[in-house]
Structures are given as structure tokens and as C-alpha cells.
Design a protein. Structure first.
Length: 489
């Protein structure tokens, strides 16, 4: 009965997802308001109304679009309180306007993405073999889908609906918070949490903004990397000059920047900034054993990353240890001139955006300072080097020893029919650390509905509806399991 109901609710949620993704909630980096677009407010207002219809009490939406609601358990004895969290905004890198999702029953071969001319081919995307016989929601190849994190919202709501439809009440106290600025850094979240800490106080947090390690393999994320970003500009001239008339004695700003960037890394790809690794938290024996036990190897990692034949893996460690628990550096963008405007000149300046992914127990501000010092030290040929800070977000790490994790493992095992794993994430989710800290360090369960082939933030994003249904069943089970383990603050 529970399995059937979960499937029915997941199907209803899938249909609602098709409506949600058609609302453009793409973040606007030029906006100085939170949330940044009217589309985000439109979906948040819709969710506010739907939460009231479901039966939540005290549903509100403030001037920054934060939607909150509560639903207490109707029992006389003490039960755990959980805080559910999700966000509506989508990544700014890809358009979210005019999303035209399609449901596909995959039976093999190519997947044609609408009329865009884009095709997902098995030879280019070998992961498709994992989806044969399953249904997917994909884009039409011109926009992102927006399942991150609109699908996560619906998992929360479906779990609440299941309990109300079958038992008439919840076995735990539920509080929910939905925001619209996660992709832009959750700039006003800290103030909101401090202002409403008592209202949101809970024994555990459940966040649906991560993914599973593999399709059908339930996963709980226990580590996130942080990020430090700076912009560096190198100047050598007042204006560009002709490379024939002045080349030789006049330094090239682009070449100077290239030399500065090259000295940031060693030959093995590790970061060559002194002292940067001093505070990196080493893996425990159990963590190292857990990574080695994952159903992955270097060949699969290379395939999933899209690495070309002959290109080396860096670091000399297991690739997932490198991705989850070691810092990394990347030049996100670089500009001196452009291919379109290329001509025989010596450019006057060159610019780059550089990001360092940080891990436990690194200090973001210390990393930022060391990076800036390395960029400005001994500039080649005396060129002028200006560095501007863009942001420094912290990493997050938690132990899986708390009783809430025991409940989550059991719920996921029942929902997916597979043994759950703990994993890390090489990316950043800015709100996790402040949310957990403001609530006194309560356990945070990062459980998502994506898999490695979701391709979030891209024009070929998809959602595996089989895993979506399993995530829904797991969320339903979680409430009962939290009561069984007696997870209390």
C-alpha cells in the first residue's frame, strides 16, 4: 500500500514539476534584490498557496520570498522536529526561459531533445544504458530543466501528503523553509535565520539539494567543498600597440598573466601556494575504506567527467578523494582579447577569474589571502597586478554517527531497495553551513533526487523518474524512522 501510494504521489509530483519548471526562476546576477527575479517570486507565491492547501499552518512569505510553514504532530508524547529546506531559483549559466520539458520512456538508442537539433547519443553518453526501461523528464535542448531544486521541493510535499492522506497526521513535527536565492549565494539567509531561529529550531535538517552517487544507489552527502574566488588583472601598457612596431622590448600582459597562473600549480596539478595544505583534514580509515568501496574506478570516473583519451588524472589519489576532500584550483575564465577581435597587437591588459575549492579544515579567509599574495608576488617584468575579491564561502562537513543518520539509512534502504552510501560533493551549497550552525549544529541530512547523469545547470538536464519515486518513498519512511531512533536535541 505504501509503495503504491508513494508511486501515485511521485506521479502527481512529476506532473506538478512539469508546471514548476515552466516558470523561469533563473538567477539574475545583475540584480541587487533577493530574490532576484519576478519569476522566482511567482513560484514562491504558488508554493505558499499550495502548502496552505496541503494543510500546513502559519504559512508565510516575507519580502525576500522566504516561504515558511509548520505542521505539528498530533500526539501527546514528545516527538522529533525536522526542518525541511529547498530552493526555487535555478542556475544563471543557462536560460530558464521558455522551458519545454518532455517525458521520455527510454528503450535505447538516441534521445532527441525537442526541435533544438540536439541529440543525446549512447556513444557520447554511455550512462544511457543505466536508463533503459525507465522514464525520464528532459529539456528540449534549449534551456535547463530546473529539477535542481524544484524536484526536491516536491519530494518534501509528497511525503507530508502521504502521511496526511493515510494517517491523518504526521508522526513528527515538521517545519519547512523554501527560498529563492541559493544559486546567487543566499545573501540574506543569515539574517533570516538569526531573526527566525526559534521558529525554525529543529532536531534535524533535511535538505534536498544533492544527488546520488549512481542511479538507484541512495546516497547521503556528508562533506561539501567551499570556494574562494578572485579576479586578477595584469596591465603593462596604457593601450594596445602593434606587435610589429613594438614587439620585443615591450612586455606582453597576456604572457605575464600566463606565467603568474602557471606558477600556481605543480607538475602533478596540486596547488603550489605555500601553506595551503597545512590545515587539510585527512581522511579517516573508515572514510578511505568507504570511498574505495564505491562502485567506481578510474575508467568510469574518466568517462563520467568526459576526459579525452590520453589526458592524465591528477593528484595520485583516488579521484573521488581528490574531488571531495582535497583542494583544487581552476581558471574559470581568461581574457586578453578575443578570437573574434584577434589581430597583430600586444594587448595592454589581461584578466582571469580564479577559484580555489576548499575542504575541511581550511580557513577560507586564509586561503583568500594566500592566493592574493601568490598572484601579486614578484610580477613578471614589473607589470601591474590588481586583484579583486569576489567571494569566500566555507566548506561543510559532518559525521554520520548521529541517530538521525541511522534513521535516514534505514529509510533510504527501504525506499530504494539498496544499501545507502555516504559521499562527498566537490561543489558548494552556501546555505548548509550557516543553517546548521544557526540551529545549534543539529544533524543535517543532505539527500537528493539527482544522479551523475542529471547534468544539472545544462541544456541536456534530465530527471530519472524511477529514482524520483524512490526518493519520495524514502522521505515518507524517514518520518517514522526518526521517531524510532528517538532523534532529539
Amino acid at each position: 500500500m505504501e509503495t503504491t501510494l508513494a508511486a501515485e504521489l511521485a506521479e502527481d509530483a512529476a506532473e506538478r514539476l512539469l508546471r514548476y519548471v515552466r516558470i523561469d526562476t533563473r538567477s539574475d546576477e545583475e540584480s541587487d534584490t533577493y530574490p532576484s527575479t519576478e519569476g522566482q517570486l511567482e513560484l514562491l507565491r504558488l508554493l505558499r498557496d499550495e502548502l496552505e492547501e496541503v494543510g500546513l499552518a502559519d504559512v508565510t512569505m516575507d519580502e525576500h520570498g522566504y516561504v515558511t510553514g509548520t505542521l505539528p504532530a498530533t500526539v501527546e508524547h514528545d516527538v522529533p522536529t525536522i526542518a525541511l529546506f529547498a530552493h526555487v531559483d535555478t542556475a544563471r549559466e543557462v536560460s530558464g526561459a521558455g522551458v519545454s520539458p518532455q517525458r521520455v520512456r527510454y528503450e535505447g538508442g538516441e534521445i532527441v531533445l525537442g526541435d533544438s537539433g540536439q541529440v543525446i547519443r549512447p556513444g557520447e553518453s554511455p550512462e544511457l544504458e543505466n536508463h533503459v526501461g525507465h522514464e525520464l523528464i528532459t529539456t528540449d535542448g534549449t534551456t535547463l530543466l530546473g529539477a535542481d531544486d524544484k524536484a526536491g521541493i516536491l519530494v518534501h510535499v509528497a511525503a507530508i501528503q502521504s502521511w496526511l492522506n493515510t494517517a491523518g497526521s504526521l508522526p513528527v513535527n515538521v517545519k519547512i523553509l523554501i527560498e529563492g536565492e541559493e544559486e546567487a549565494g543566499s545573501g540574506s539567509l543569515g539574517d533570516f535565520l538569526r531573526k527566525h531561529r526559534q521558529m525554525l529550531q529543529a532536531d534535524a535538517i533535511v535538505l534536498t539539494d544533492t544527488g546520488n552517487f549512481e542511479t538507484g544507489l541512495p546516497s547521503i552527502t556528508t562533506a561539501l567543498r567551499g570556494i574562494v574566488v578572485v579576479n586578477v588583472e595584469v596591465k603593462a601598457l596604457k593601450q594596445p600597440v602593434h606587435s610589429g612596431m613594438w614587439g620585443g622590448p615591450v612586455p606582453d600582459a597576456a604572457m605575464a598573466l600566463s606565467r603568474i597562473l602557471a606558477r600556481l600549480v605543480n607538475d602533478d596539478g596540486s596547488i603550489a601556494i605555500p601553506g595551503l595544505y597545512d590545515k587539510v583534514k585527512p581522511l579517516s580509515d573508515s572514510e578511505r575504506k568507504s570511498i574505495k568501496a564505491l562502485p567506481s574506478d578510474e575508467t568510469l570516473f574518466r568517462k563520467q567527467a568526459g576526459m579525452l583519451e590520453g589526458v592524465e588524472l591528477l593528484g595520485g589519489r583516488h579521484p573521488w578523494e581528490m574531488n571531495w576532500r582535497q583542494p583544487s584550483i581552476a581558471v574559470n575564465a581568461i581574457q586578453a582579447s578575443s578570437r573574434k577581435d584577434a589581430r597583430n597587437i600586444i594587448v595592454d591588459s589581461a584578466w582571469a577569474r580564479i577559484g580555489i575549492r576548499t575542504v575541511p579544515d581550511m580557513d577560507p579567509k586564509d586561503v583568500e589571502k594566500r592566493l592574493i599574495d601568490a598572484l601579486q608576488k614578484n610580477p613578471p617584468w614589473g607589470v601591474k597586478v590588481d586583484v579583486h575579491k569576489e567571494g569566500a564561502g566555507s566548506w561543510w562537513y559532518t559525521s554520520s554517527d548521529a541517530p538521525a543518520f541511522k534513521a535516514a539509512f534505514k529509510a533510504l534502504r527501504d525506499g530504494y531497495g539498496a544499501e545507502p552510501v555516504t559521499i562527498g560533493c566537490g561543489g558548494s551549497i552556501p546555505f548548509v553551513d550557516p543553517f546548521s550552525k544557526e540551529l545549534g549544529g543539529v544533524p543535517a541530512l543532505l539527500i537528493g533526487v539527482e544522479d551523475p547523469y542529471t547534468n544539472a545547470h545544462s541544456e541536456n538536464e534530465s530527471l530519472h523518474l524511477g529514482d524520483f519515486a524512490k526518493a519520495t518513498k524514502s522521505a515518507i519512511r524517514l518520518y517514522a524512522e526518526l521517531v524510532r531512533v528517538g532523534e532529539r536535541a
